[in-house]
Ligand binder design. Sequence first.
Ligand SMILES: [Zn+2]
Ligand SMILES: [Zn+2]
Length: 365
Amino acid sequence: MKITAAVTPGKSQPFKIQELELDEPRENEVLVRIVGTGVCHTDLVVRDQYYPVPLPAVLGHEGSGIVERVGAAVTKVQAGDHVVLSYNSCAKCQNCKEGHYGYCNELFGYNFGASRPDGSPTLSHNGEVVHGSFFGQSSFATYALAYERNVVKVPRNAPLELLGPLGCGLQTGAGAVINALRPQAGTSIAVFGTGSVGLAAVMAARVVGCTTIIGVDINPQRLEIARELGATHTILASDHDPVAEIRQITGDGAQYSLECTSLPKVFRQAVDCLRLTGVCGLIGAAPLGTEATFDMNTILFGRSIRGIIEGDSVPDLFIPRLVELYMQGRFPIDKLVKFYTLDQINQAAEDSERGDVLKPVIRMG
Ligand SMILES: [Zn+2]
Ligand SMILES: [Zn+2]
């Protein structure tokens, strides 16, 4: 079928709106009419080729929409269902079998392979292959082919156009707190980097009952929003030493911290600010080969560091919970979102990179 998509033609080139041909859904595939799709940091670093995804390609991996048609073997959803598209995984490796989908041995191929897992293409332009199936979706488009495995059914009374970012960025931040770190009520957490992922973590920390929630950033506007969403303290890292400030606020250091900036210097601060036995969650994705240094004795005294992918989320379970928290007013993602049309996608990317907008969402016409 004919679709309209924002194509990434080459390294660091602007998105280009084109009419493409999309394959029909195969046995385990789901054709989704996209209603909204978030622009995530990962889309932009792939556009800039920090990760070797073949181009030209249609990116986009925070889609939400309505099921149009399903393949013969699909039983999870049917035409008309409202769905959020999340990351894909193989279902066969040891980690998938144990429910740790974010640590699937085939995660790279299933999300960054830019074709179906069997290597066949899903998209073309005048007979030439355009790479698709990015995160099992390629949702910067009016329609996307997803898999039964990465579509998540959501209630029809929720605002569908808003929900796409739950499939990646927002479940990453919220899940890091709720699924991975699991802080007890009454404990302290410091969140380094209060972009959309960090702010999702701040909201989640309030949901689980952390009583000291410290937002750290170099952007004062973001810190203001962090306060609005639940931060009890904020630190402007350009003017203050976050480690000293966090010790001042907490007495003996934070019980939990989250690194969301992917900067080695900040990662070290997120570890150094912990109390003995504290846990630092690392969710910022740095370019391959990035190294960080620590005093080994910092870790020796019971502190630990935990890498977290996609918030340790089992999307079928976790995304509906986040939708319910949103509906109850306890996870107000609408405060992060600004809507754009598909032909404004370059503007959306630019606004996001400049830090003017927390979470751009492309709303399809
Ligand atoms: Zn797997
Ligand atoms: Zn993402």
